[in-house]
Design a protein around this ligand. Sequence first.
Ligand SMILES: Nc1ncnc2c1ncn2[C@@H]1O[C@H](COP(=O)(O)OP(=O)(O)OP(=O)(O)O)[C@@H](O)[C@H]1O
Ligand SMILES: [Mg+2]
Length: 249
Amino acid sequence: MTTATTVRTAARVVDAVKVYGRGDTEVRALDGVSVDFPVGRFTAIMGPSGSGKSTLMHCAAGLDTLTSGAAVIGDTELGSLDDRRLTLLRRDRVGFVFQAFNLVPTLTVAENITLPLDLAGGRGDPEWIDALIDVVGLRDRLHHRPTQLSGGQQQRVAVARAFAGRPDVVFADEPTGNLDSRSGDEVLGLLGRTVRQTARTVVMVTHDPVAAAHADEVVFLADGRLVDRMESPTADKVLDRMKAFEVPS
Ligand SMILES: Nc1ncnc2c1ncn2[C@@H]1O[C@H](COP(=O)(O)OP(=O)(O)OP(=O)(O)O)[C@@H](O)[C@H]1O
Ligand SMILES: [Mg+2]
């Protein structure tokens, strides 16, 4: 007898449509995308510039709203929440890493990491935070300020901050866009390690095949539609798939 296993989904969108503007200036940034992001997996979203990657991430994370369709985090449909509940959900259940590290310059590394928890009025789980500091390798930098760190180290602080509240899912938009390839590699390795060591879920937008190769799975967007998925990606396989999108002009 086989046992049915249900793969839990950290986040998903169903029939997601996002239209910006109207009339002549209307843009269908998402044109009916359905995709799920399973718990404990590192998923990369790839596609040409303008294909809707950031829009998909923003709508899946509750930073922006869909024109139609549904965005769900855990079991919560975001469209059913009022502004206050949506803000609380983002604060308590979602982590973010952006291309610009967005650290607070006047706070130490340790203070930056726990900032979201402090703002929420709690201390979080001290053991979790302590373990996280080792995962990101910043124990000897805890009392430094962001300006005293390299770009890669600053992004590692941002990664630790994103995971500090044990979110259901961490969304990252081009997290290595401002880093040289070595620092970028370090941050990507860190994202992968955090997913595997802590069973967290990461969704990362990137246009870099080398970055995407760090993920467990790549989903490809083109013109606001999901066109392919690839398990166990390598940079070469991803690059080949991307080349197929290039339309001769
Ligand atoms: N606020 C907005 N108002 C109008 N159009 C927008 C807005 N944001 C995005 N778009 C349009 O929606 C489409 C998808 O944009 P999006 O930013 O999601 O692309 P992307 O795949 O992240 O691209 P890139 O790789 O360049 O970051 C583009 O055609 C873009 O011009
Ligand atoms: Mg983008």
